[in-house]
Design a protein around this ligand. Structure first.
Ligand SMILES: Cc1cc2nc3c(=O)[nH]c(=O)nc-3n(C[C@H](O)[C@H](O)[C@H](O)COP(=O)(O)OP(=O)(O)OC[C@H]3O[C@@H](n4cnc5c(N)ncnc54)[C@H](O)[C@@H]3O)c2cc1C
Length: 253
């Protein structure tokens, strides 16, 4: 039985380990499009802040992968799935057959229609590669603008705060809450961040970004004019698997 897993994040690798625990003879292939060994994404900010090293983030070493007999195809992207024939095609057109397929491609932060034209001005905050690039830029960064949702946005703000950067957070909501639903802390978060010196712009959003020799100039819907050395943000999360085409058998086949 050959199991193929698309996505070498925590979910994909945990599934691979579990399959091998249940059936030692199973053939397990994990295909991941990042160029790194599987790592703990939730610790990226600790790496950015210099609290952990890149090695500390590794989720499963090459040695362990080998010992568990899990085949990892790093830096390979799946471009199409043909469920009726149980085949997947990689970016370089290699075709891989499977008996069972698991899709563990997670979610990626994405921009909506208004900000998409400015995407080259907006720093990603999702992958190990993003953090390694960002670490090199840190010394030249003082003022940051952040917009976005979720725990990773809050994590980013706490990282920038620890790095003593000046932060403006822009939210469409009446208060900063980062979508934390269950946490007791969620109602206190806005005031807590303001007490820490974070400038929170509420009920507003970025509508355009321009460059100047000093960095970026940002216009908001409520006609605020802001400047920054770097802009981080995303409007929503999308499932990367939607970019993988599904090829279905035609009636003739
Ligand atoms: C900075 C940061 C801090 C976070 N902090 C926390 C936290 O404190 N607590 C918490 O619960 N969560 C946190 N998260 C979220 C957490 O990291 C994610 O929920 C978790 O990584 C999801 O794991 P996953 O394996 O499902 O997906 P991912 O980690 O997103 O892995 C999916 C993998 O699939 C790959 N992939 C996508 N498409 C393809 C394709 N076509 N072919 C091959 N590979 C593909 C992707 O490149 C990626 O490597 C944080 C996230 C970030 C970015």
């Amino acid at each position: 039985m050959k199991s193929v897993i698309i996505g070498a994040g925590v979910a994909g690798i945990t599934a691979a380990k579990t399959i091998k625990e249940i059936d030692r003879d199973a053939e397990v292939v994990v295909i991941g499009d990042e160029m790194f060994l599987p790592y703990k994404r939730y610790l990226l900010t600790e790496l950015l802040c210099g609290l952990l090293t890149q090695d500390d983030l590794i989720f499963l070493s090459l040695e362990l992968l080998h010992k568990l007999d899990i085949k990892l195809r790093m830096g390979e992207s799946v471009k199409s799935i043909e469920p009726s024939k149980k085949l997947i095609t990689l970016h370089h057109n290699e075709i891989i057959p499977y008996d069972k397929l698991l899709i563990a491609t997670g979610c990626i932060p994405s921009l909506g229609l208004i900000l998409r034209p400015y995407k080259s001005y907006i720093q990603h905050y999702y992958s190990l590669n993003d953090i390694l690039v960002l670490k090199n830029r840190l010394p030249e960064i003082k003022k940051c603008i952040v917009f976005g949702k979720g725990v990773s946005c809050l994590d980013l703000i706490s990282g920038l705060y620890n790095l003593e950067k000046q932060i403006t957070y822009i939210t469409k909501g009446k208060r900063a809450h980062f979508g934390l639903k269950e946490s007791e802390f969620k109602d206190k978060l806005h005031d807590f961040l303001e007490e820490k010196g974070i400038d929170i712009v509420t009920e507003d959003r970025i509508v355009s970004i321009d460059t100047s020799k000093h960095g970026y100039r940002v216009d908001t819907l409520r006609q605020k004019k802001l400047t920054a050395d770097i802009i981080f943000g995303w409007d929503h999360y999308t499932h990367p698997i939607f970019h993988v085409s599904r090829i279905h058998q035609s009636k003739k086949d």
